[in-house]
Design a protein around this ligand. Structure first.
Ligand SMILES: [Zn+2]
Length: 244
């Protein structure tokens, strides 16, 4: 006799980059095992891949390819998933630091670390504020797209991003180029590379600014130091920093 199947609830959220509403179910023991195994690995890439795998198993909306989402989408969706699977609250330990000194330098105000609870539902989805369309000359412009998770994983293999890696990423993010008459959306990676080489410094900076302004998962936490009672606040950024 087969065992009775357990029905899991479904929840709704939005994909930050596209604003598409999707449904998902909490992760179960099977997915938790994937996450725990990845945590034991020394390679951070294993951990992001585990996060993506779990997400793809828990998103119940059809036709969502997790590898095609942006990294900030994945980070946000995973937080929401974690909230429904494990609990809405994350506890982080925060040291009391301050920049309010007259010198402006960052120093430890006291040695106390306070346990602070963050409610995941208070964390807002990363907001897209950068302009994807960049006018380069009177006639010519380019439309960029955010790198997909798949592209990020395949590029970020070294600790510090080299010029070659940044350049490599830039070429992957050209959606299309246009002028007065045409839209150019069919090209090889080599053709884009050669085209970027023809840009002048200020045009190149405009394109680079798109990456600096790329949305990210962040949340400002304000808490009262358990040691001295003073208030402090910090901006937590990136999925990893919510779980350390
Ligand atoms: Zn303190």
């Amino acid at each position: 006799m087969s065992l009775p199947s357990i029905v899991t609830p479904e929840y709704r959220t939005i994909i930050p980059s596209t604003k598409q509403e999707i449904t998902y179910r909490p992760f179960l023991v099977k997915q938790e095992r994937v996450l725990l195994t990845a945590q034991e690995s020394d390679d951070p890439k294993d951990q992001i891949l585990a996060v993506a795998k779990v997400l793809s198993e828990c998103i119940t909306t059809d036709d969502i390819v997790v590898g095609d989402l942006t990294s900030f989408d994945i980070e946000y969706l995973f937080l929401k998933l974690r909230a429904k699977s494990v609990g809405e609250n994350i506890t982080v330990k925060l040291g009391h630091q301050s920049t309010t000194e007259a010198s402006g330098t960052l120093e430890n105000k006291c040695d106390y670390s306070t346990e602070v609870s963050i409610n995941i539902d208070d964390i807002k989805p990363p907001e897209v504020t950068v302009d994807k369309k960049i006018q380069l000359t009177d006639d010519i412009g380019v439309v960029l797209k955010f790198p997909t998770f798949h592209e990020m994983v395949n590029t970020e293999q070294e600790d510090d991003a080299s010029v070659a890696q940044i350049f490599d990423m830039l070429t992957k993010c050209v959606d299309y180029v246009y002028d007065k008459e045409n839209v150019y959306n069919e090209f090889t990676e080599d053709e884009v590379k050669a085209w970027i080489d023809t840009l002048n410094q200020s045009q190149f900076e405009k394109i680079s600014a798109f990456f600096t302004g790329m949305p990210s998962l962040k949340h400002t936490v304000t808490w009262k130091c358990g040691g001295c009672g003073e208030e402090d606040s910090i901006e937590i950024e990136g999925l990893n920093n919510f779980f350390t």
